[in-house]
Design a protein around this ligand. Structure first.
Ligand code: DON
Length: 304
């Protein structure tokens, strides 16, 4: 049996005093205030218990990690029709890149770059009766935790400064790939990104991606075929122009957010979350990436 606890303890003590912790995201003013010394790793195995180190109970902004959850909800509701409006190819560009969208006539490369996630947000705004409330309820149900909520200050902060996202959304509208109002879709999108969770809650929310589409309460939210596809997109596109590095170094499907969180899964085995708010130049958590590389190297487990 693998000694997960020792692996986590060793990784935590190796990295917690790292001289370079990256830089906290500054383009969303509310996030600029987070202490870069926060660091946590939490592992939930399906059969061998749960282990955590560091600031596992501190809430943070899940940001782009929410894109996996909106995709799953839209895919479950609308099926393959969503692929008419967004692709499944890695983009090789930063998460907020714009010009490729114009070159490719308003069809985003994948649902995890901002343009693709905004198309998915548009689908949910069209499909859900009360989009923000219904989506929050979906996340609460996945996590079996009604205390999960939006951080309204973070959503407001991004609403006031998210100029690139306004540009992307207007471009989508000009190509008829946005069915609702720009402001309405962005209001939903900024809120989904502003959901707050701690590492434990995020791990529980992502249980279904390691557990054949079934959430912690054993209810099926994604059938096996859809789950395969969402996990494949995490592997290929979860880290933007660093997706190749993540597959190479870590070897798991995963997703990052500019709040400094990373979630990764080893299907049928475990879910692991890291949180370290300092980012590298590609907008991914610096220590989180290092921790996950050490983890799959030490445990010698990955999807490969
Ligand atoms: O739209 C944005 O720029 C942010 N709300 C989310 C970006 C993000 O998390 C990128 N991930 N590493």
């Amino acid at each position: 049996m693998i000694d997960y606890k020792t692996a986590l303890d060793e990784i935590y003590s190796t990295l917690k005093n790292a001289p370079n912790k990256g830089k906290v995201a500054r383009y969303i003013p509310e996030l600029a205030q987070i202490d870069p010394n926060n660091f946590a790793i939490y592992l939930n195995t399906l059969n061998d218990g749960a282990y955590g180190v560091g600031h596992i109970d501190t809430k943070f902004s899940i940001q782009s990690i929410s894109k996996v959850l909106t995709l799953s909800k839209a895919f479950a509701l609308k099926g393959n029709a969503i692929w008419e409006r967004v692709g499944v190819e890695p983009s090789g560009n930063p998460f907020n890149h714009i010009s490729l969208l114009e070159q490719e006539q308003g069809i985003p490369r994948n649902p995890f770059i901002n343009s693709g996630a905004i198309v998915i947000a548009d689908i949910l705004v069209s499909t859900l009766k009360n989009p923000k409330a219904d989506f929050l309820n979906y996340v609460r149900e996945l996590a079996n935790d009604n205390s999960i909520d939006y951080n309204y200050k973070v959503a407001e902060s991004e609403k006031n400064t998210g100029f690139k996202n306004y540009a992307i959304t207007n471009l989508l509208k000009s190509f008829n790939n946005l069915h609702n109002d720009v402001d309405e879709v962005l209001d939903f999108y900024f809120h989904q990104c502003a959901i707050e969770m701690d590492c434990k809650q995020l791990n529980t929310t992502f249980h279904l991606f390691a557990n054949q589409g079934k959430c912690i309460k054993n209810k099926t939210h994604l059938d096996i075929s859809k789950l395969k596809r969402v996990n494949a997109i995490m592997l290929m596109c979860g880290f933007y122009d660093q997706a190749g590095d993540f597959a190479f170094d870590v070897g798991l499907p995963g997703k990052s957010g500019v709040g400094g969180g990373i979630i990764a899964v080893l299907p049928n085995q475990y879910i692991i979350t890291t949180w370290a708010p300092g980012l590298n130049k590609k907008g991914n958590s610096l220590l989180g990436l290092q921790a996950l590389e050490l983890f799959t190297t030490k445990t010698q487990q990955s999807i490969f």
